[in-house]
Design a protein around this ligand. Structure first.
Ligand code: ATP
Ligand code: MG
Length: 180
C-alpha cells in the first residue's frame, strides 16, 4: 500500500485547495519555519481519525479550520482527502484505490468518507488499526516520540508493539465485551 495523493482544503494554514502527489521513493517536505510542513503531517493524522485536538496542537477540534490571516478571511470548513494505492490489498477492502476523507465545520460537526461514501469514524479507524498504520502507531513518528518510547512504562510500550502487531484491536474489543 502506498500514499498516492493528499488533498487539503481549509485545514490549518492551507486556505486554498492544496494537492500533494506522492511519487515512488521518499518524499521530503522542505520549507522555512512556520510554512506548514508539520501541518501536512497533521492533515494525514487527522484524516486517519485523530481524535485528540492536543496532538494537533489545538484546543478544540475545529481549531484545525483555517482561521484567517491579515490578508485572508477565515473559512468555515476544513476538508482533507488521502488517496491510497491498495493494489496489494494491504487494507482489508476490495478496492485497488482507496480514498478516505474527513470534513469539519465551525459547529464541530464532522463527516467521514471512504471512497466518497459517508461512513463512521470507527470504519476509518478499523481500516487502519490492523495494518499497523493506526494514528498511534510508529508509522508516524513525530518530534519527541522516539524519546517517549524509551521513557514509557512497560505496559505503555507493550501497547505500542501490540498495535504494530495487529492484536490491539482484539484487545479493545475483548475489554469492551467484558464491560457489557
Ligand atoms: P517548523 O519548521 O518551525 O517546524 P512548519 O513548517 O512545521 O514549521 P507548521 O507548524 O506546519 O510549520 O505551520 C505553522 C503555521 O500554521 C503557523 O504560521 C500557524 O499560524 C499556521 N496555522 C496553524 N493553524 C492554523 C489555522 N487554524 N489557521 C490558519 N493558520 C494556521
Ligand atoms: Mg514543524
Amino acid at each position: 500500500m502506498q500514499l498516492k495523493r493528499l488533498e487539503i482544503k481549509g485545514f490549518k494554514s492551507f486556505a486554498d485547495k492544496t494537492v500533494i502527489d506522492f511519487t515512488d521513493g521518499v518524499t521530503a517536505v522542505v520549507g522555512p519555519n512556520g510554512s506548514g510542513k508539520s501541518n501536512i503531517i497533521e492533515a494525514i493524522r487527522w484524516v486517519m481519525g485523530e481524535q485528540s485536538a492536543k496532538t494537533l496542537r489545538g484546543g478544540r477540534m475545529h481549531d484545525v479550520i483555517f482561521s484567517g490571516t491579515d490578508s485572508r478571511k477565515a473559512v468555515n470548513i476544513a476538508q482533507v482527502t488521502l488517496i491510497l494505492d491498495n493494489s496489494d490489498k494491504f487494507l482489508p477492502i476490495e478496492f485497488e484505490e482507496v480514498s478516505i476523507g474527513r470534513r469539519i465545520n465551525r459547529n464541530g460537526d464532522s463527516d467521514y468518507f471512504i471512497n466518497k461514501e459517508s461512513c463512521r469514524l470507527k470504519d476509518i479507524v478499523d481500516l487502519f488499526m490492523d495494518s499497523g498504520l493506526g494514528k498511534e502507531s510508529f508509522s508516524i513518528i513525530s518530534q519527541g516520540q522516539v524519546e517517549a518510547v524509551f521513557n514509557s512504562k512497560a505496559e505503555d510500550r507493550r501497547a505500542i508493539f501490540e498495535e504494530a502487531a495487529g492484536v490491539f484491536k482484539y484487545k479493545l474489543e475483548k475489554e469492551k465485551a467484558e464491560r457489557k
